[in-house]
Each structure stands twice: as structure tokens, then as C-alpha cells.
Design a protein around this ligand. Structure first.
Ligand SMILES: Nc1ncnc2c1ncn2[C@@H]1O[C@H](COP(=O)(O)OP(=O)(O)OP(=O)(O)O)[C@@H](O)[C@H]1O
Ligand SMILES: [Mg+2]
Length: 363
């Protein structure tokens, strides 16, 4: 790998380079490359069927790439069978051995590895303390909640001290509250152990909240790889912009490309982005985050759009409102203020925001 300066870049810990996977004529993963650092927590985020599990299964050795390379710590993994790779995996569905106690489930990989019993018992104890289930060592899976079972599955996966931990939507079968507390627990354990982790999810909030970096996947490709801040604030493609967060897409028309001036409806707006590549009259698509706008007169925003409120949803701390501006539906959020009534449907309002908050999406 060479960076922009042409120097040789040190190899990342887990590398997938130009990886492809086809099942017969069906191409599922296309030219997928990612460089994951040691100790990093990276999420694969994308809609159902985009190839997340397939990439994970290739890292684990359950599928063979049709093309491309796959290395861990510089070692080519492709010739290795799953049991020859040093990888821990947790699946979406609870995959504990139903006829074994918690202790025996966690001990399973250690036994297979030929560890002596006193050492196994010591390690299992450590693992159960880590997931705060030391009291439940003799329970069977059917005697535990879904959240507890997934914590045992996590303990089983990390007991063997894998080089890489793969988590395939481990929280999706749990209810919302447990999901949030368990994802924080997973992140804390991952940081404590410094274990390189790939976490698969189609929940954008989950990915944004716990990842060092996110790979946004779209139809077998990595559309963008970046920190949660980068992915949310500077989406590289229209797909990323609309998949990550709730985004308003607004059609505009270029008026004066050299001055970065466009029209939205009858409003003349000077963008912070360059539109010099466009001709006068060209259509452009702009994106605006729902939290970027405000109805207050005193708002610092230098750009204003006027329209009619079409819906108001009271969500508690936040009120999500929609308005119609020349055929564009714009959704925006305001914080609840018990001393100030939210707008009502049909009201004409002016939404203010900073021109810099208008993202110009690749056309
Ligand atoms: N063994 C297989 N044979 C044929 N097609 C497969 C096979 N495994 C997966 N696919 C197809 O590959 C595509 C990607 O599947 P994959 O399971 O990787 O998606 P995913 O992103 O994990 O989706 P989800 O979020 O629903 O779990 C799907 O269209 C799926 O039907
Ligand atoms: Mg999947």
C-alpha cells in the first residue's frame, strides 16, 4: 500500500484487499477493501442483503473469497480452515450449546485447545466476572434471558483470546433498552482487552455510538469508511447520506457557478461548497440534517426558507416537524420547551440555518 506521499504504509492488523465473493453467477461482495488497526472497533453498517455477513464469514473462514487477499498480522488467512484461524465469533441468534451449563459453554474452546482443567476453571471465572455473570455458572441457557445468553456467547468467544472478534448483529434479538446497555458493555470489554473487533449492524445509531470507524456498505461495496463524525457530517455518497441519519434532500438549481449561487424555490442562496463544475440551470441535490434548522428569529443562521408546516411529531425531548418548501419536504427537529408551544400544521414558518450546513451531494 502506498499513501499520497508515495511512502510505504505499514500494514494494518486485519486487511481485506480487493476482496470479491460470488455465489455462482450472483456477485455479492465487489472489490471490498478495508484496513483495520490492532485494537480497533470497526462496524460494518448497511441494509439487509448488502453482504455484511458474507464478509464476516470470509474473515472467519466459512466462505472463500472469489478474489482478493485477506491477512491478519501479515499472515495470509486464505489457506487456513476456520479452526486454524484465531477468531472469536458471536452470532445474531443465540448459539449457545443448550445442553451445557454457562461454565461449560465458556470452557468449550479452551477444552478443544487442550488447556488443563485448573487453568480452564480460572479463565472461565475471569470471563464470567468480566460479563458480570459469576453467579450463574451452573445455569443452562434456557434458564437465562436473551441478554444474559448473548453475554455468555461473548465470554465464550473471547475466552480463547482470539486475534479478532467478529460480532454479527449480536444485539438484534434483544429489546431496545437491553440493546443499549449491552452495546456499551461490549464496547467497554473490547477496550479493556484491546481486542480488534468487527461489529455488524444495520442500526445506524448503534454503529455511530460505539465504533472507532464505520464501513458503510451498499450492495457489496464499501461506500465510505470513516469515523462516526466523518460518516455523519460529511457523507461521501447520496446512499451514505440517506442511510446514516434522517436527511432532507432538497433540489436546487445553479444560478451563478463562479459565485456558488443556487436557487431553492425562489430563494437565492450562496453555498459554502464550490459549484464551479456546474453550468447555470443545472440541477443539484443538497442535503440538510434535521437538527441544523431552527425557527427562532434570533437564530444565527444566514439562510432562510419559508414554507408551511405539514406535520408535528412530539417525541418527548425532541419535536420532529415537517414543512413543505416549494415541493421539497424538509424535516427538522427542535428541543422541547415547556414554555413555548410547537408550531401547528398549516402554519407558515421560516426555517433558518447556516449555508455551511447544506451539503452538496455527488450528483
Ligand atoms: N451461500 C449462499 N448462496 C447464495 N447466495 C447467498 C449465500 N449467502 C448469502 N447469499 C446472498 O448474498 C447476499 C448478501 O447476504 P449477506 O448474508 O451477506 O447479507 P447481510 O448484509 O448480512 O444481510 P442481513 O442484514 O439481512 O443479515 C444476499 O443476497 C444473500 O441472499
Ligand atoms: Mg447478515
Amino acid at each position: 500500500m502506498f499513501n499520497n506521499e508515495g511512502e510505504r504504509k505499514p500494514m494494518a492488523f486485519l486487511e481485506l484487499i480487493h476482496v470479491k465473493k460470488a455465489f455462482g453467477a450472483l456477485s455479492v461482495v465487489e472489490d471490498f477493501s478495508v484496513h483495520i488497526e490492532k485494537g480497533e472497533f470497526i462496524s460494518f453498517l448497511g441494509p439487509s442483503g448488502c453482504g455484511k455477513t458474507t464478509v464476516l464469514r470470509m474473515i472467519a473462514g466459512f466462505e472463500t473469497p472469489t478474489a482478493g487477499t485477506l491477512t491478519i498480522a501479515g499472515k495470509d488467512q486464505r489457506p487456513l480452515k476456520p479452526n486454524q484461524r484465531n477468531i472469536g465469533m458471536v452470532f445474531q441468534a443465540y448459539a449457545l450449546f443448550p445442553n451445557m451449563t454457562v461454565h461449560d459453554n465458556v470452557a468449550f474452546g479452551l477444552k478443544v485447545a487442550g488447556m488443563a482443567k485448573p487453568e480452564i476453571d480460572k479463565r472461565v471465572k475471569e470471563m464470567l466476572a468480566l460479563i458480570k455473570l459469576d453467579q450463574l455458572a451452573s445455569r443452562f441457557p434456557y434458564q437465562m434471558s436473551g441478554g444474559q445468553q448473548q453475554r455468555v456467547a461473548l465470554a465464550r468467544a473471547i475466552a480463547v483470546k482470539p486475534q479478532v472478534l467478529l460480532l454479527d448483529e449480536p444485539l438484534s434479538a434483544l429489546d431496545a433498552k437491553i440493546r443499549v446497555s449491552l452495546r456499551e458493555e461490549i464496547r467497554a470489554i473490547q477496550q479493556q482487552l484491546g481486542i480488534t473487533t468487527v461489529f455488524v449492524t444495520h442500526d445506524q445509531e448503534e454503529a455511530l455510538s460505539i465504533s472507532d470507524r464505520i464501513v458503510v456498505m451498499n450492495a457489496g461495496r464499501a461506500d465510505q469508511i470513516g469515523t462516526p463524525f466523518e460518516i455523519y457530517n460529511t457523507p461521501a455518497t447520496r446512499f451514505v447520506a440517506s442511510f446514516v441519519g434522517t436527511l432532507n434532500l432538497i433540489e436546487g438549481r445553479v444560478v451563478d457557478p463562479d459565485a456558488n449561487r443556487i436557487m431553492i424555490g425562489d430563494r437565492d442562496i450562496t453555498l459554502k461548497h464550490s459549484v464551479t463544475a456546474f453550468k447555470p440551470g443545472d440541477k443539484v441535490t443538497l442535503a440538510l440534517r434535521p437538527e441544523a434548522g431552527s425557527l427562532t428569529e434570533s437564530a444565527k443562521g444566514d439562510t432562510a426558507l419559508t414554507g408551511e408546516i405539514t406535520s408535528v411529531h412530539f417525541l418527548g425531548s425532541v419535536i420532529r416537524t415537517r414543512m413543505n418548501v416549494d415541493g421539497n419536504t424538509i424535516s427538522f427537529d427542535m428541543f422541547n420547551n415547556p414554555h413555548h408551544m410547537p408550531p401547528t400544521v398549516g402554519e407558515r414558518v421560516t426555517l433558518r440555518f447556516k449555508a455551511a450546513d447544506l451539503l452538496l451531494l455527488p450528483q
